[in-house]
Design a protein. Structure first.
Lengths: 185, 444
């Protein structure tokens, strides 16, 4: 797991952004992350999101996604995580106490590509940050630290336990393989 | 020490512990894994590339391609082809795998196929690469949806980590009015609590009214548990469950030995008394409903929790009525719709799509004359498939079009163009609306 994430944020303040919005089912006939990334967040309502997530050529300028509560609800499709990761997203930050839908959260951890982080409800990162701003997240302590250019730091909720162990290993497959190897030794 | 819920008991047994508490992280043995065409590619790649192509010995693998079958395009055909190769290889290597492929015609939508073929029984832990895997809780199993990476790791190790969920009790009393189904009960519930109202919880459906709910109806409710953010839905097994399973043994013509192997694995004793919650079990929340007072309900776009009574919607014209999917394409769903459509015609300008969930249901519909009822009403029949429920094919909506559907999700773009609209309702409400041409509940 990367200990520092730096880059531009995309702010989608809506609550309950579901996996059909993250990657519509019409693209699920492939599991190729590069193909999926071209359609990441494609069905977000353009009336509510004036700045599109993807550029016209299908590329994405953002590394961190700031969202409302219950992000990733709906389908179990891991394609949502693959699409975001291949688009360049390294972390998603959603507010406590209901940050992520559970299968999406598990997919982030088990797949290992997108770090799901939780901020305090009162933090309202969506008020504080604007799409296109650069921030950095330091993961070296139990509580991740978010820094906005030249401003005070902000602590995110602790990222610990089995979720951290699996992310540190690089995902569930690597975690299980390591466990199997240590059993054999 | 306080008592335990059915969910805690099942998870404790599978984690090799006397008891577990909500919040504990456990490693659980998995009895059965379901795989379908959309989410299995990466799981298969993990088994082949990271675990030498070997699957766990004790794991039961049930393969039910359904989302884009019969294959809708070349990319889907490739997904199916890869799944079929995996099945053939694992069968040759003696894995405990059962595949219901399109070849031979005995196939269908995963969450209806697994119970139909007897793979779901009380006390099991079942996972699957599909969020509606929570359906199997209707039979008293702990079941939940997982991702593809998890599926690959379950295939290889037969185990998975879980956070033990708090349980949320939904206690129902009264008698269902004639125009109300389990779908309406769930819509009432999710309308009250919201799409995150049961976040991470196990929803336990219980109470007097459950005794009169068939397995199809219980499965409608558990199927939609995920729409409230739940980890699982569950109903303690009772005489209805037992009757259903005994009947299945006859239908499937199982020998005692087969039945023992399939139905009563090492975690599943024939004595189901252990799979019920203790009287002093702890619940995060209890919600009570008197179903006698329910009326036909509709979830309006774009969330399943955006629920209103059909009677209060006003004149919403529909272009399409869809009956199908794992939520609303079971035998009883079609029987309920046929009762309303018998001898009637759909309104001018309305497409009625009938999508049976399994080949067996399709056959029964032909035998029992439901096929004629629907065709006479002006419906179009499809082969079993998940179809348009998730915007795959077989009834995709154009911009501005409105559908009423017996399926489970109405997110933006769910059944087609992002500017189309999906209303969710019971099969009865869908049938009544197809006749009226606008959204309306069935008469009592």
């Amino acid at each position: 797991m990367k200990l520092t994430i730096e880059g531009k944020v995309y702010v989608a303040r809506e609550d309950d952004i579901n996996t059909d919005l993250i990657i519509p089912a019409r693209y699920l006939n492939t599991s190729d992350p590069k193909e999926l990334a071209k359609h990441a967040m494609e069905d977000l309502d353009p009336k509510r999101h004036q700045i599109p997530f993807l550029n016209r050529d299908g590329s994405c300028d953002y590394k961190i996604l700031i969202t409302g509560k219950n992000f990733g609800c709906g389908s179990s499709r891991e394609h949502a995580v693959w699409a975001l990761a291949a688009a360049g997203i390294e972390a998603v930050i959603a507010p406590s106490p209901v940050p992520f839908a559970r299968i999406f959260y598990r997919n982030c951890i088990n797949e290992g590509g997108v770090l799901p982080l939780e901020c305090d409800e009162s933090g309202k990162l969506g008020d504080y940050l604007k799409t296109g701003e650069s921030i950095s997240i330091d993961m070296s302590e139990e509580r991740p630290v978010l820094t906005r250019a030249n401003e005070a730091k902000m602590l995110l909720r602790p990222f610990t336990g089995i979720a951290r162990e699996i992310m540190d290993a690089g995902g569930l497959t690597a975690y299980n393989k390591r466990k199997l190897t240590s059993l054999l030794q | 020490m306080t008592g335990q819920t059915i969910t805690e008991k099942i998870l404790a047994r599978h984690a090799g512990k006397d008891r577990v508490s909500p919040g504990d992280t456990i490693e659980s043995t998995v009895d059965t894994i379901m795989m379908h065409d959309v989410t299995s590619k990466v799981a298969i790649d993990i088994v082949n590339n990271d675990f030498n192509g070997r699957v766990a010995d004790d794991l039961e693998i049930v393969v039910t391609p359904d989302h884009y079958v019969p294959n809708k395009d070349i990319k889907s055909a490739k997904l199916y082809q890869q799944l079929k190769r995996f099945v053939d290889k694992q069968i040759a290597e003696g894995a405990n795998i059962r595949a219901y492929m399109v070849e031979g015609g005995d196939y269908g939508v995963c969450h209806v196929m697994l119970p139909e073929k007897g793979h779901v029984i009380p006390g099991k832990v079942i996972v699957g690469g599909d969020s509606h895997t929570c359906t199997y809780g209707a039979w008293g199993a702990f079941s939940t949806g997982i991702g593809s990476t998890e599926a690959g790791n379950v295939l290889a190790t037969g185990k998975l980590w879980f956070r033990v969920p708090e349980s949320m009790k939904v206690e129902v009393t009264g008698e269902f009015p004639g125009n109300v189904m389990a779908k309406d009960l769930f819509l009432r519930f999710v309308g009250d609590v919201g799409v995150d109202g049961a976040w991470y919880k196990a929803i336990e459906l219980c109470g007097e009214a459950v005794k009169n709910m068939s397995m199809d109806e219980r499965s409608t409710f558990c199927n939609m548990a995920i729409e409230a953010g739940a980890k699982s839905g569950i109903v303690a097994p009772d005489i209805v469950t037992a009757g259903h399973l005994i009947n299945l043994d006859c239908v499937l013509k199982r020998s005692d030995e087969q039945r023992h192997k399939l139905l009563r694995g090492k975690f599943c004793s024939t004595n189901w008394d252990w799979v019920r919650s203790d009287a002093d079990a702890q619940y995060y929340e209890t919600r009570k409903y008197d179903v006698s007072g329910l009326e036909p309900l509709v979830a309006c776009p774009d969330l399943p929790s955006n629920v209103k009574p059909a009677s209060e919607l006003g004149d919403i014209k529909i272009d399409q009525a869809y009956i199908g999917g794992c939520t609303g394409g079971k035998m009883e769903d079609f029987e309920a719709a046929a009762q309303i459509l018998y001898g009637k015609r759909t309104a001018r300008g309305v497409r009625l799509l009938i999508v049976p969930s399994t080949a067996d249901i399709q056959r029964k519909m032909v035998r029992q004359g439901l096929y004629d009822t629907f065709m006479d009403a002006g419906a179009v029949f499809s082969a079993p498939t998940c179809g348009a429920c998730l915007g795959g094919y077989m009834g995709i909506l154009a911009p501005g079009e409105v559908a009423i559907s017996s399926t489970n999700r109405n997110f933006r773009g769910r059944m087609g163009d992002p500017e189309s609209f999906v209303y969710l309702a019971s099969p009865k409400t869908v049938a009544a609306s197809a006749i009226a041409g606008c959204i309306t509940g069935a008469k009592k």
